[in-house]
Structures are given as C-alpha cells and as structure tokens.
Design a protein around this ligand. Sequence first.
Ligand SMILES: [Zn+2]
Length: 370
Amino acid sequence: MDEILELSAGVVRTSRTMSDGRTIRYYDTDAQNRTVADQRPAEEQPGIGELRLDPLVNEWVVMAAHRQGRIFLPPKELCPLCPTTGDLLTEIPEDNFEVVVFDNRSPSLRPPEGDFALPDMVGSDTDEGVAAGKCEVICFTADHGGSFKTLSPQRVRTLLEAWRDRTRELSQQPFIEHIAPFENRGEEIGVTLAHPHGQIYAYSYLPARVVKMLSIAQAHHAKTGRVLFDDVVARELRDGLRIIAKNEHWVAYTPYASRYPFEIHVTPLQPVADLAELAPAACDSFPAIAIEVMQRLDGVFGIDMAYIAAWHQAPVRQGRDVLRLHWQITSVRRAPGKLKYLAGSESAMGAFIMDMKPEQSAQQLKDVKL
Ligand SMILES: [Zn+2]
C-alpha cells in the first residue's frame, strides 16, 4: 500500500513495499506517481545478527556473518542501485528517480522481534545481545556515473530532506538510540557499489565515539555551563586559518587537531542537535556549501577523492543539550598515489600521527579554483 507524505521544500515522499517486504521511499519534487511494482521473486530475509561486548573497552561489536555473500563492485549493467530499465530488475522498480531510500538487503542491524534491551555490561560475563537497529540505503541520483559534487543544489536540498525525514521517523522507534547517515566513496576505502549512494545506520546503542564525545561534553557543560562543540566552532571562527568555506548559515573548516590528511567539518552556525532541528533557512543554504566543499576536495589533486562523509547528531534520547549536529568528511588520500593507512599507532593504539598540518590542507582546499 502506498503512503504519501508531504515534507518541506516541496518534497513529497511515496513509500511502497518491495516484494520481500522491505520498504522503498521515493523523495520527489515534481509530482511523480510512483506505482511500478517490484517484480522480483520474494527472497528469504537473513536473521538478526549478534551483539557482543568487547569488555576491555566496553564497546559493542556487531557480528553479521550473513553479509559475506553480498555483491562486490558489479559492472554498471548489473548495478542494483540504478533504476530498473530493460531486463535487469534492480532495487528500484521505477525507471527513474530523484532520491530513494530503501531498507538494506543485507543489513548489519535490523528491527528486533518483540521488546528489546541491551544486556547489562558486566565484563567478560556480559550476555550476547541481538544486533537491533536499522540499516537503510540512500541513492542520491539515478545517474550511475554521477557524484555528490555534480548534484544540482535542488537535488542536495532533496537529499537533505530525505536525511531529515529518516532521522525524524527512525527516532520514534523505541529500539533506536542513535542515527548516523553517511557516505563512503572510493574503492580504496572498501566501497562495494560505485553508484552515488549513502547509508543510514540506526543503532540500538551509542557507538563508541558518541559515548566518548557525550561524556566529555557533559563534563565540560557541568564545569563551564557551555557546550564544548560551540566553543570549538568559536575557536575555529576566531582563528580563521582553517576555514575553507562559509555562508550565512554554515561554516566548513579543517579542524585544529585533524586526524586525516583531509578532514573537513561542516557545521551550522545556529547550533542544533540533529538534522530534523535545522531551520528552513539553514536547510536552504546547505546545498551551496556542501557542493563547494566536495568540489574543493576533488579539486585538490584533480581526482575523485576517496572519502567518508558522516553526519554526527546528538543521540535520540541522551545528551541532546550538549551534542551538536555536524558533517564530518575525512579522506585518507594525502597525495595522488599515496594513501594514509591506519597502521600500528592508529589501529592498535588509537594514537593518530599526522604528516601534514590542517592549516596546509585548508590552504590547498582554498586554492582550488571552482
Ligand atoms: Zn548504478
């Protein structure tokens, strides 16, 4: 059954059920009718994975062994994220689309059956949990050869509206505690599908970096009455050296203590907890800075940079007064033909070493002629 919902910025969402029971959501701006049915035979859904606690650091690890068989870098004519045209039945039944979001076919996290609770953390005696949550795929365009930086401003606005919609809706699920939309790009970092797309991970627990940021932000707030992230942004604005783009509502900078050859944070100047809280004016001015940042990143060496672009949001139920929305883009590319590998110090010790200062990467990004 179709469900139609009007969102902001003239975006309309049509939700439909796929043949195996998953949901696909079309985000459209041109009054399209989405009526084409998924013609593929229903396929059995894999079971839910396990959550195991690494008691040495109190961090949850997801065991999703069923994901091993998933498709790896198919040629364009077999791309499951292209619209359905001709004989190949893809994940998207329609022959065109603007932005779509659908439930991941081999999800690491999935909705639990019945009530869900995390096991108590009691060291090496901690019970095994179920990998509750939700994983969705978001396609940015029907154009297989496109990329974020070649999207139109209107398309980026639609994409933002889709991220906001998913954040709002997933936040209402009782088993979801944290929502992270992200994009991985480039074979260098393990992307298995070249089609421009991202993912939305909705976790039933707080990921390790969020736990750490939350406790530090709470301590800072208790001591100073201020929000740490706001202090960090104020310092970047004061220093000015590492700012690579700015408009009335957003600023983009390479952070003072960047950990990657190219790390960029894009943050709203009016702080908010999550995407859903962004004001209309901030939403409308996001596409310009987002596209500029991606063009600068690819412009540095004149090649498509491998990157991870992830939205950090406050958790659904905790720390909403002390954690802030920001978009973190990191690239391991330090020169053409050279990648930064997370080796002994970074991987084993968590101690990052940088060969290059963020003031240098900021200058390189600023020097790109758009
Ligand atoms: Zn494709």
